[in-house]
Design a protein around this ligand. Structure first.
Ligand code: ZN
Length: 89
């Protein structure tokens, strides 16, 4: 499952997480996209996420949410809070 490939952005051999990009490049690109144009409201901002490409991720989140007696939504926020801006993963 976790095979490494060449990142199409930085050219390093890493575990790719999406669009042929390694984790660091993927998040950098995503931040760039989100930061360009468009207004981002900080409150009441709702995002629909299609977990189909990473169904295992949703299963893991559900498992963790169950262990913490949370709903999946707050669990996703919690995981994001732990990981966003936390440097290289
Ligand atoms: Zn990369």
């Amino acid at each position: 499952m976790e095979k490494e490939s060449i990142c199409s952005h930085c050219g390093k051999q890493k575990k790719l997480i999406g669009h042929g990009l390694c984790c660091a490049c993927y998040h950098r690109e995503r931040r760039k996209r989100l930061g360009v144009g468009g207004e981002v409201r900080k409150e009441g901002f709702t995002v629909s996420v299609d977990f189909t490409p990473m169904a295992f991720l949703l299963e893991e989140l559900k498992k963790r949410a169950g262990a913490e007696l949370r709903d999946v939504g707050p669990q996703i926020l919690w995981e994001l809070n732990k990981n966003v801006g936390a440097g290289p993963c």
